[in-house]
Design a protein around this ligand. Structure first.
Ligand code: SAM
Ligand code: SF4
Ligand code: F3S
Length: 442
């Protein structure tokens, strides 16, 4: 009988990618994925350290698992991801239920570490930054993702050191994977049935491998016939280079939603965050892209109530949200991260912070509702991903990543179809497919 592994994933898309690759790895030593915690031989928690009480959340989660499994022999417990990197030895000391901590640049060693632990029964801390070996290992391991829309990590780590952010400490220095490895993996994904690829990196548009840029990757992946849509995330305004902007003019598969985190609308706050760009730089990028293609829309990340944020600074953020008309965006109250430059700065009053978050989210939601309303009664292109849970409808996404639920046809899963939108709410568009694969003339 095969041994089982259960993985719970917190955090960003990169952690989702990593979780899938960990499954690909442990399959080689006979483990199969289970969704049933009670029967698992290995429990792995893939963690995120970006905000809030990340560390406490991990201990809480491990405590819950310990209690739920108190009736049986303990599974092998692995904590991977960004909290593992930040806390490493500390975790093994504080929670005896944890057997292995595994950093995000060391998970290619998981098979060896499992075997080592099973042989020696000795706790393991494996948190070396070893991105080159990791990606060389992953290159030899078939990516088994069969989801219509899948992630592909092309770049990791960060050298920018924004004063609020833990990523440079948890993911290590910036590293770009080899161009050929990425194209090879994109081809494998396409053969698996994947139709949309989202290229991932903490600074995805800083990708640079032997002078190949992100724009080169997009144009090369575009040549893979079965891949219908390409996206990338997360980019930094400083790396929105001319070639990347120009690619929007020539690419037929790059989606017209640009996710470009700005964090704040105030130059004063951007400076204190160490973002190294001004609002006028951001607006220039926006204007250039709009000239190339007026259908391009922007989404962003915002940090609200960063230390020192005045009412005027906050108003500048609100104005920017209105002016750029951001859709599909994320906003968070500043969360001090241990070890970062901003960790000891005086916090904005909690009530004021919450009020500001509510205000900015209301504006973002209004933008989204308006955008969705404007689409009603028109026909849009949707990449069909799957049936809904009830099985009665289909689920897909618009070019702008908005969820679409509609009446469709089984044959259309994996295809881009036209859907007539007849209703919408803040997060979802509803409609009916008007050119299913069956009706389409070849
Ligand atoms: N590299 C991207 C960039 O430069 O914009 C961001 C990557 S980070 C993983 C994702 C988002 O988390 C950030 O854009 C930021 O809005 C948010 N974030 C990071 N650190 C934070 C903190 N200390 N408090 C609140 N939000 C934070
Ligand atoms: Fe974090 Fe992004 Fe800044 Fe890097 S560029 S430190 S990942 S917010
Ligand atoms: Fe979280 Fe690490 Fe991603 S801190 S957001 S899992 S890079």
């Amino acid at each position: 009988m095969s041994k089982k592994i259960f993985i719970k994933t917190f955090g960003c898309q990169m952690n989702e990618y990593d979780t899938n690759r960990i499954f690909d790895s442990v399959r080689e030593i006979g483990f199969v994925r289970t969704e049933n915690l009670e029967e698992t031989d290995i429990y792995l928690l893939n963690t995120c350290h970006i905000r809030d009480k990340a560390k406490e959340k991990v201990y809480h989660e491990i405590g819950r698992v310990k209690q739920n499994l108190s009736f049986r022999k303990k599974p092998l417990v692995i904590v991977a991801g960004c909290v593992a990197q930040a806390e490493n030895e500390e975790m093994l000391k504080r929670e005896s239920y944890i057997d292995i901590v595994l950093g995000p640049q060391a998970y290619h060693k998981i098979n060896d570490k499992i075997e080592e632990y099973l042989n020696k029964q000795k706790k393991i801390d494996e948190t070396e930054f070893d991105a080159i070996s990791k990606f060389n290992y992953l290159d030899k391991l078939k990516n088994s993702s069969q989801k219509i829309s899948s992630f592909l990590t092309i770049q990791e780590g960060c050298d920018k050191f924004c004063h609020f952010c833990v990523v440079p400490y948890t993911r290590g220095p910036e590293y770009s994977r080899s161009f050929s490895q990425i194209i090879n993996e994109a081809n494998i994904l396409s053969e698996n049935g994947v139709r949309e690829i989202t290229l991932l990196g903490q600074n995805v548009n800083a990708y640079n491998n032997e002078n190949y840029k992100l724009s080169d990757l997009i144009l090369e992946i575009e040549k893979i016939e079965k891949i219908k849509r390409i996206r990338y995330t997360t980019s930094h305004p400083r790396d929105m280079t001319h070639d990347l902007i120009e690619v929007y003019d020539v690419s037929k598969k790059l989606m017209p939603l640009v996710h470009l985190p700005v964090q704040s609308g105030s130059d004063r706050i951007l400076k204190s965050m160490n973002r190294k760009h001004l609002i006028c730089d951001y607006i220039k990028i926006y204007e250039k892209l709009k000239i190339i293609n007026s259908r391009i829309e922007f989404s962003s990340d915002f940090i609200i109530a960063y230390p020192g944020e005045s009412e005027d600074d906050f108003q500048a953020t609100l104005d920017l949200v209105k002016n750029i008309n951001f859709i599909n965006s994320f906003s968070f109250i500043f969360s001090p991260r241990p070890g970062t430059m901003a960790s000891n700065l005086k916090l904005v009053d909690k009530k004021i912070s919450l009020k500001r978050l509510e205000k900015v989210q209301k504006q973002l939601f209004d933008n989204q509702i308006k955008m969705n309303k404007s689409i009603e009664n028109s026909e849009i292109e949707v990449l069909v991903e799957n049936k809904t849970n009830s099985g009665a409808k289909f689920f897909g996404r618009s070019e702008y990543m908005t969820s679409v639920i509609f009446d469709g046809n089984d044959d259309d899963v994996g295809n881009v179809v036209k859907v007539k939108i007849n209703d919408s709410n803040q997060n979802t568009l509803f409609g009916k497919c008007i050119n299913t694969s069956k009706q389409r003339v070849a």
